[in-house]
Design a protein around this ligand. Structure first.
Ligand SMILES: *[C@@H]1O[C@H](CO)[C@@H](O)[C@H](O)[C@H]1NC(C)=O
Ligand SMILES: *[C@@H]1O[C@H](CO)[C@@H](O)[C@H](O)[C@H]1NC(C)=O
Ligand SMILES: *[C@@H]1O[C@H](CO)[C@@H](O)[C@H](O)[C@H]1NC(C)=O
Length: 758
């Protein structure tokens, strides 16, 4: 081969290689046709024509990841102007306007007309996924910093995907708002209902809307993160920043490590915003975070001045301290939309004060005022001086915190969050101020020591009554220590609960019981005569119950025979009425939390008396549930939502009552129940027999199946099953349970019970 032909072959090869390497630019008089693509210089992104689903007659121009085998479209030019039934062509005209041509070269879409037309324009797909139009005199630039010199850029028109380097927010100089909008459906990229943007309030916040309605609020930027986004901490996936100055307000992010691909995407179908990470090893996108995170993220769920606290299966709204539900009846059936109103009107000026709350997503910032340099003390004074200022906080929580934000008007859309670095100071009347917890938990105030009006016994008389706490006077061990029998000088028999000195928890339970029992009186509650507090000694003195407790009878074959049906039914009704009193009729609303056979005492006439209030909690009359991280109670009786999620309510007591009912009818314990042919517990056994139409087999053998009583027994099983249903909402309240037990009303069919496996 001679030199010349060698040169030809080389040249030929060079041109083949060159033409097969896709370009990243397009210039006037160049055309990108259906099937051609632009590929960014680093090979990350590709721009071209595509169609969705089976609908190849609708053609779109878009950008997708070149490196990711799952087609992931991140931007669409002609979202709501597909090219119909014809190949498309992209070009750029002499003044830098992108033109998407369809049938007969008609313009189907164009980039918005340029104010700054250029003589030598070029469109380029950058390695960030940004498709830009610039003048050819400018060097091609992948850097974000140069973005202002672009004549046009796709990053200004965010679709459903928020890419690293994009800015979500507003350019204050040009007025350009960059917001996300979801696709209408997976097959229609035109803008759907869901959008996400940074609202330009005095205190800017991230907000998702459905149509024009607020749907989910991530909250204002507090210097570290959006107030409602406790998970926004430095992480290995992405770095984020928020910029607010006189020129622009925006949120943006970058990958923490260039090898990690993550995007944030809105989805109309699922009504959510999702951060995905590309998992190369599995060739799939994985969800990193999805918002709304839970039901408490639903905008304004709890109405004005309400706080959403997440429970196991459903959220719970509480009124801020100092506030009470506007519509108590609605509130009780978990319609919280009317929110809460002040218990005491504001006095304005010096007659008001502020209660401090933390661990909250701060309220909607639509009506706020911000000063970035004002100190908190001045912030407070300014707020106090302006009668329409309802709350204030530090505007920026970084370091020791700085700045001042004030809220005007109703405070809406607050929820509990697990971080507490932005204290919110809420204006209340001075008369509402007190030192205890600020989330409205009922009768705290009434449970303070010193508030108790109980007869006190001196230690000598109690020691004398119990023969100096002798072993033979010991009745057993109660919740927080031994219980003794005693006889007072006047012959009155008493039971003395003595707090073990070692028990710190016991001390709390003791105080709790004293505080509650002093307020309660009902013939189906154990009667507290008084207490004895001397030195380290803490004792409770109760009326003595000659028949001890229910468990002595029903779980004992011999004694069980003594407890005929009419007595059992009398006991059932007694417990039901006692519980009804606690839940509804007493001045306080009390959740017992530890209802079980051993806590039902029996007097000499076999009247049931509910005892042991050490774990009980009281609610405000309007509160229906609360959450605890310390689940107490007794397995076998405890409701699933409480055991698993720590959520207790009157309905968790109803669950325990249902278990008790089934135990009384069957004479068997739920816990430790054994059946040779299945491994269900007593609840499951009852449910199974019920569904098989054999409920009679559930009834205690030692009960004579007197025809007159059988319907009452079956009714009791039926009500028992209604009370232990899985869903708290399905369970009856105690007034309905009493009604069902004591009348012939038609009963609903029970649904699946909770915890029916042993
Ligand atoms: C939205 O979510 C649905 C269901 O998860 C999914 O099938 C669909 O592809 C998603 N749409 C987009 C545009 O990502
Ligand atoms: C980035 O991620 C890659 C792959 O996971 C890892 O090997 C590399 O060390 C990371 N680089 C940095 C700076 O963290
Ligand atoms: C209270 O603050 C609001 C909002 O900044 C303002 O419009 C109003 O004039 C102020 N009222 C008084 C009495 O300062």
């Amino acid at each position: 081969m001679n030199t010349l032909s060698f040169l030809f072959v080389t040249l030929e090869l060079f041109f083949i290689l060159r033409s097969s390497r896709a370009a990243d630019t397009i210039r006037p008089s160049q055309y990108l046709r259906d099937g051609d693509t632009l590929v960014s210089s680093g090979g990350k992104f590709e721009l071209g024509f595509f169609s969705l689903g089976n609908n190849s007659s609708r053609l779109y121009l878009g950008i997708w990841y070149k490196t990711i085998p799952v087609r992931t479209v991140v931007w669409v030019a002609n979202r709501d102007k597909p090219i119909l039934d014809t190949p498309g062509t992209l070009t750029i005209n002499g003044t830098g306007c992108l033109l998407l041509l369809g049938r007969n070269q008609k313009v189907a879409w164009s980039s918005s007309q340029q104010a700054r037309a250029t003589t030598n324009p070029v469109a380029q797909l950058l390695d960030t996924g940004n498709f830009v139009v610039r003048s050819d005199e400018q060097k091609d630039s992948n850097s974000e910093t140069g973005s202002s010199h672009y004549l046009w850029q796709s990053f200004d028109y965010i679709g459903d995907t928020f890419l690293p380097g994009m800015k979500l927010g507003t350019d204050l100089k040009t007025g350009l708002v960059r917001r996300m909008s979801a696709w209408k459906s997976p097959y229609d990229p035109s803008p759907g209902l869901l959008s996400f943007e940074i609202e330009l309030n005095a205190y800017p916040e991230a907000l998702m809307r459905k149509g024009s309605a607020k749907f989910f609020r991530n909250g204002p930027w507090n210097g570290l993160r959006f107030s409602g986004a406790p998970e926004m901490i430095p992480n290995v996936v992405f770095d984020f920043r928020f910029v607010a100055n006189s020129e622009e307000v925006y949120y943006a992010y970058q990958p923490s490590n260039e090898s990690i691909i993550s995007i944030y995407k809105l989805n109309d179908t699922s009504g959510s915003g999702i951060r995905y990470i590309w998992i190369e090893a599995e060739k799939t996108w994985k969800t990193y975070l999805s918002v709304p995170r839970d039901y408490c993220d639903s905008y304004g769920l709890c109405g004005a001045h309400g706080i959403c606290v997440i429970g196991d299966q459903f959220p719970v709204c509480q009124c801020l301290k100092g506030f009470t539900p506007k519509s108590p009846e609605q509130w009780n059936i978990m319609d919280w939309s009317d929110g809460c109103v002040r218990k005491k009107p504001l006095g304005c000026g010096i007659k008001d004060g502020f209660l401090k709350f933390d661990g909250l997503k701060v309220p909607d910032t639509t009506r706020t005022w911000v000063n970035k340099s004002m100190r908190l003390t001045d912030c407070r004074r300014n707020c106090l001086d302006n009668c329409s200022c309802m709350a204030y906080a530090k505007a920026d929580v970084r370091g020791r915190g700085s700045g001042c934000v004030m809220w005007f008007g109703d405070l809406v859309d607050m929820r509990q969050i697990p971080v507490s670095d932005q204290e919110l100071h809420i204006r209340v009347s001075l008369s509402e101020m007190s030192k205890d917890s600020n989330i409205g938990n009922g009768c705290n105030k009434e449970m303070q020591e010193g508030d108790v009006e109980l007869p006190t016994f001196d230690i000598t008389s109690v020691a004398n009554a119990t023969n100096n706490f002798s072993v033979d006077k010991k009745l057993g061990e109660g919740g927080f220590g031994p219980v003794y029998k005693g006889t007072l000088l006047d012959g009155q028999e008493i039971a003395v609960k003595r707090l073990s000195l070692s028990s710190r928890q016991g001390l709390n339970e003791f105080k709790n019981e004293v505080a509650l029992m002093a307020k309660l009186q009902h013939r189906n509650l154990a009667k507290l005569f008084g207490c004895c507090i001397e030195g380290d000694e803490r004792m409770l003195i109760y009326e003595y119950m000659s028949n001890k407790s229910l468990d002595f009878f029903i779980f004992d074959r011999a004694k069980g025979k003594l407890l005929e049906w009419s007595t059992r039914f009398h006991i059932i009704l007694g417990i039901a009425r006692g519980l009804l009193y606690l839940h509804q009729d007493s001045r306080l609303r009390i959740i017992h939390r530890d209802l079980k056979a051993s806590n039902v005492l029996l007097d000499n006439e076999m009247n049931a008396k509910i005892s042991d209030f050490g774990l009980a909690r009281c609610f405000e009359n309007n509160q229906t549930a609360a959450n605890t991280t310390r689940v107490v109670g007794t397995y076998g009786y405890i409701a699933p939502e409480y055991a698993i999620g720590g959520l207790f309510s009157i309905k968790s007591d109803v669950f325990s009552f249902g278990v008790l009912l089934l135990e009384i009818v069957s004479g068997k314990r739920n816990r430790g129940f054994y059946h040779p042919s299945h491994d269900l517990n007593l609840i499951g056994h009852a449910w199974r027999l019920w569904k098989e139409g054999k409920p009679l087999e559930f009834i205690d053998d030692s009960l004579s199946k007197d025809f007159n009583y059988v319907s009452e027994m079956l009714r009791s099983i039926h009500v028992g099953l209604l009370c232990v249903q899985q869903e708290p909402d399905d369970r009856p309240n105690m007034s309905f349970a009493v009604l069902m037990l004591s009348s012939d009303t038609i009963l609903p069919q029970p649904k699946k019970p909770g915890f029916f496996f042993g």
